[in-house]
Write a protein that binds this ligand. Structure first.
Ligand SMILES: [Zn+2]
Length: 220
């Protein structure tokens, strides 16, 4: 089933199942408004839906998705800053207590960036400019993983990009202020599509470590 028919079928299933189970939650969320405590910055990639991965219901996660889950630095000038606007609303309006930057394996945006497909001046000028946020991460990965395979290099850039985005978050005054007084915590995570393995950035070691849950991963 393709296209809009797929959406209609999914909507029907939603009304028959999930909406029936959670209709009171939806009604409460409309009357009381949303109060999510967690914001997630994730990739647009159709395989890495945060609500699915974290089994989240309506109203629980404030999700921002963009190409390669990148956060730009604070740049208060007249351009159109969709990502920064979402951060501003989540932090100053909703007052979320956590921001999680979640990357993932096999990121097509990062893969194309590493192959040089989105260099400035290409017809894909929007992506080229956006992906240039990863220039420093690529340089760091090339210095520290110079002997590695293309797959290992991509993984290194996926992880370094998360660290870079976390650093860029700290350039927003309304974020640094809240991190400093304990109202806001920043986290990094990375998701492996095929295995379902989640890793989390350990602040002490600055390394990504496997998230182990009770029962483990089926088949692992
Ligand atoms: Zn991606």
């Amino acid at each position: 089933m393709q296209g809009v028919e797929r959406l209609m079928e999914g909507y029907r299933a939603f009304l028959e199942n999930r909406y029936v189970q959670e209709s009171s939650v939806y009604r409460r969320l409309e009357s009381e408004g949303q109060t999510p405590r967690i914001m997630i910055v994730a990739c647009c990639d159709s395989r890495v839906d945060p609500a699915t991965i974290f089994s989240a219901g309506p109203g629980e996660l404030f999700v921002l998705r963009n190409v390669a889950n990148l956060v730009p630095p604070w740049e208060p000038h007249g351009d159109y800053h969709g990502t920064s606007a979402a951060l501003e609303f989540a932090v100053t309006g909703l007052e979320v207590e956590h921001i999680v930057v979640m990357g993932h394996g096999q990121c097509g945006g990062i893969g194309a960036f590493l192959e040089g497909l989105h260099s400035d001046g290409s017809p894909r000028g929007f992506i080229g400019k956006w992906m240039s946020l990863l220039n420093a991460a690529r340089g760091h990965a090339l210095r520290t993983a110079s002997e590695s395979s293309p797959a290992e290099l991509q993984r290194a850039v996926e992880e370094e990009g998360i660290r870079q985005s976390l650093e860029n978050l700290k350039t927003f005054p309304f974020i640094t202020e809240r991190v400093a007084d304990g109202r806001l915590q920043l986290h990094g995570a990375w998701f492996a599509i095929a295995t379902g393995q989640l890793t989390a950035l350990d602040p002490a070691s600055n390394a990504f470590v496997k998230v182990v849950v009770e029962g483990g991963i089926p088949g692992a």
